[in-house]
Design a protein around this ligand. Sequence first.
Ligand SMILES: *Cc1c(COP(=O)(O)O)cnc(C)c1O
Length: 482
Amino acid sequence: MSQIKFYNREPVPVEMHKVKIVQKLSLLPAKERLEKMKNAGFNTFMLHNGDIFMDMLTDSGVNAMSDNMQAAMLHADDAYAGSETFYRMNDKLTEIFGIKHLLPTHQGRACEHIIAQHFVKPGSCVIMNYHFTTSKAHVTRLGGRVEELVKDEGLVVKSDLPFKGNIDLDKVKACIAKEGADNIAYMRLEAGTNLIGGQPISYENMKAATELAKEYGIVTVLDASLLQDNLYFNKTREEGLKDKSIREIARMIADLFDIVYFSARKFGFGRGGGIMVRDEEMFHAMEDYITMFEGFLTYGGMSVKEMEALIVGFEETMDLDIISQGPQFINHCVKELDKLGVPMVTPGGGLGAHIDARQVVDHIPAEQYPAGSLVAALYLCGGIRGMERGTLSEERNPDGTEHIASVEMVRLAFPRRVFTLSQTEYVIDRVKWLYDHRHLIGGLRFVHEPKTLRFFTGRLEPVSDWPEKLIAEYIKDFGEDQ
Ligand SMILES: *Cc1c(COP(=O)(O)O)cnc(C)c1O
């Protein structure tokens, strides 16, 4: 079912599950949050989870399991080699994707490590619709290069296009002509995209792109980490697919690729990862990397309990009721904030709601990290933890100058089946308050700046006493205790 209809009021998304286990949350008083933020060096990655009210940092490894997933853990078969759990997991994935061979890994980036290790040589090129941080890092680490060939319209913030993750076929043709097919290690399509706002890619586009690759003998790879959201959008936004079941669409997509890999921290509501390989020879050639880097071939670094839960989680991913929750909550949040005048990435995609920080705090210079400042302010004003996706997440240019990001966003991730609609309404309210007081937000500067992946562990300080002034204003409206 796509959306429950209402008789007498504007419809809102309705959860197709009920809560059976809960975790207590606390909302620290505003002034205490200011202390915690100072201790965390104004970096939301450095906050302790207990000091956070709404943790919207990521959807990775924090999705809610179902009763059936937890029950399945009890019959996990603990064995170093030959665990029955592994064969059950392999069978389930083969049933869904129609691909025979599974290489288990501990998480998504481990799949990327192994695929890159196997195919990338110094100087080789990998075609992508859009990169993800870790998928690019593994290619460049080996001396390869990533060509991001998303359609230009994918980077337009405000839009009503249904599939902003689509790859530009003309750019693909030009790239193949320029590089030569032999120099292209593989074509990796991400369904849906992560860094451009959870925007999906259409089945038609994947079909055309992979057909083109096959013409030139280029290996095709699907990053299915965010496939559950993408499947929802294929079903609800793609004309030719509305009568197909989620299971049928998943199979049609997988049929286009030689390799399908995923982070099970997102796909399957658990923790782990896997690479499905169609060709037997290719599969055997990649096995050694698993035993060397991950674990034995029948667990690959995963706990067998998680693997049992995932088997159920993969099956739940084929259920439209279940996979609707994330995109519908995100859509609600994006639509409401858009109505309130807050600059959002539209249309709502998967993964989370994305605020266009460049527009919100246009008085903060790019070198003072607009999105980093906004995300810090959002914790101060509501105990909400989002993630900076902008210049702070980039590395400096070789000459030490800032590399200004093409998009400057704050991401509010919606871990699946975790938050309620009233909590979502709270977030909408606080974002709107902050938007109306945006002139009070100031910039940040580094006091400790790591050379690589600085956004994870870097420490910053405000360029003025703006956090104190912002908190004082907040307390005027909401009181000391909130
Ligand atoms: C999260 C993610 C990954 C990496 O997965 P991890 O389990 O975090 O290592 C790869 N690709 C995409 C699209 C992702 O969203």
